[in-house]
Design a protein around this ligand. Structure first.
Ligand SMILES: *Cc1c(COP(=O)(O)O)cnc(C)c1O
Length: 386
């Protein structure tokens, strides 16, 4: 069966009533027939039937043995970090999501967990960073906002020969474009807030794992720490996933077209998009992703903060906001928004120029989107020069 069919039919019809929509079990507890005798659920932190549909769904989508749903992407990441103990080490991709960086440095460091940052798009650099304390290699591919790609299979080989778990934050591609567990990763994490839910209307996090052993551990910490996703938000996320393939393919096709047209504009210095032949990891992206994704970033020849700020304030279809992956197109200026807290030197090192603009392409008509961007760019550049 093709993925588009599977996604729809992996969402079960309610066995009790035949309801084709997934029922929302808004309950805290479940009545027992006798002490310890129940119908598979006892208390809703430990398990809820609506949440379970979502958890089974992400496990199937990522081809894992089990899935888990959390109150946010960061709550999902937090639960996975609890698999570690004091003294353990993580090697992470150097331009990791800012919220994950904050969790590593300002929360887990004080519990004795050390993180080393490496440019994982160059697997040679990884070898040098591995120690006998390394327990996790932590990837995002593509990264945010310069869309750097790491070869997941290559890193998985290195991880497994060294007895290290490979964790992949798969938020930027979603499982319809890339399935890290099938490439050798052990744990996949999603901010389901983004492409999976897909409508910018819910905060949610998901985890899928490759083995029963890992499933038991994540389940334990999910219940022990309690950062679970509620039934309504589980339902909304399931509802979003029903159209995941449709949305993501359209977003990729739109982005492909927009990236090529932006690259032609005189005002633009560089466009980052893994689908462009001049992207430095284009070949790896083509190998491990089904399509090139819906995220693009670019910077201008006029590399001033003011110019970029004018552009992001002057688009009409692209709404100025953080986040990504929804049906409505979004635009943001990382240097003054998502990466404002990153010191300038680190920002430049990560390729985040002052005028770098990031767009999350929605499902609108691509010509309308290109026109919106072109007009905002031309107006801003002329105005600043005048
Ligand atoms: C947004 C995001 C997160 C955090 O997810 P929340 O749902 O906002 O907690 C983690 N990783 C990546 C790559 C993200 O884009």
């Amino acid at each position: 069966m093709k993925e588009e069919t599977q996604i729809i039919h992996n969402i079960p019809v309610d066995p009790l009533t035949g309801s084709i929509g997934v029922p929302v079990y808004q309950t805290s507890t479940f009545v027992q027939d006798a002490p310890g005798v129940n119908k598979g659920f006892d208390y809703a932190r430990s398990g809820n039937p609506t949440r379970k549909v979502l958890e089974d769904l992400i496990a199937k989508l990522e081809k894992g043995t089990a899935g888990f749903a959390f109150a946010s992407g960061l709550a999902a990441i937090d639960a996975v970090l609890k698999l570690l103990k004091s003294g353990d080490e993580i090697i992470a991709v150097d331009d990791i999501y800012g919220g994950t960086y904050r969790l590593f440095t300002e929360v887990y460091q004080k519990f004795g967990i050390k993180v080393t940052y490496v440019d994982t798009s160059n697997p040679e650099l990884l070898h040098a960073a591995i120690t006998d304390k390394t327990k996790f290699i932590w990837l995002e591919t593509p990264t945010n906002p310069t869309l750097k790609i790491t070869d997941i299979s290559k890193i998985a080989e290195i991880a497994s020969t060294n007895d290290i778990y490979l964790v992949v934050d798969n938020t930027f591609t979603s499982p319809v474009l890339q399935k890290p567990l099938t490439l050798g990763a052990d744990i996949v994490i999603h901010s389901a807030t983004k492409y999976l839910a897909g409508h910018s209307d819910v905060i949610a996090g998901l985890v899928a794992v490759s083995s029963e052993e890992l499933a038991e551990k994540v389940k334990f910490y999910q219940n022990a720490s309690g950062g679970i996703l509620g039934p309504w938000d589980s339902w909304l996320t399931i509802r979003g996933i029903e159209t995941l393939a449709l949305r993501v393919y359209k977003q990729c096709d739109n982005a492909f077209q927009i990236a090529h047209q932006l690259a032609e504009l005189d005002e633009i210095d560089h466009v980052f998009y893994p689908g462009l032949k001049d992207h430095k990891n284009h070949r790896i992206a083509a190998k491990q992703q089904k399509k090139f994704g819906g995220m693009i970033s670019f910077y201008l020849k006029d590399n001033r903060v003011e110019t970029a700020e004018k552009i992001v304030c002057n688009t009409h279809l692209f709404k100025l906001a953080e986040s990504l992956g929804g049906v409505k197109s979004l635009i943001c200026h990382p240097a003054s928004m998502t990466h404002k807290a990153t010191p300038e030197k680190l920002r430049k090192h990560a390729g985040i120029e002052d005028s770098l603009i990031r767009i999350s392409v929605g499902i609108e008509d691509p010509e309308d989107l290109v026109d919106d961007l072109k007009l905002a760019i031309k107006n801003a550049v002329n105005k600043v020069l005048a």
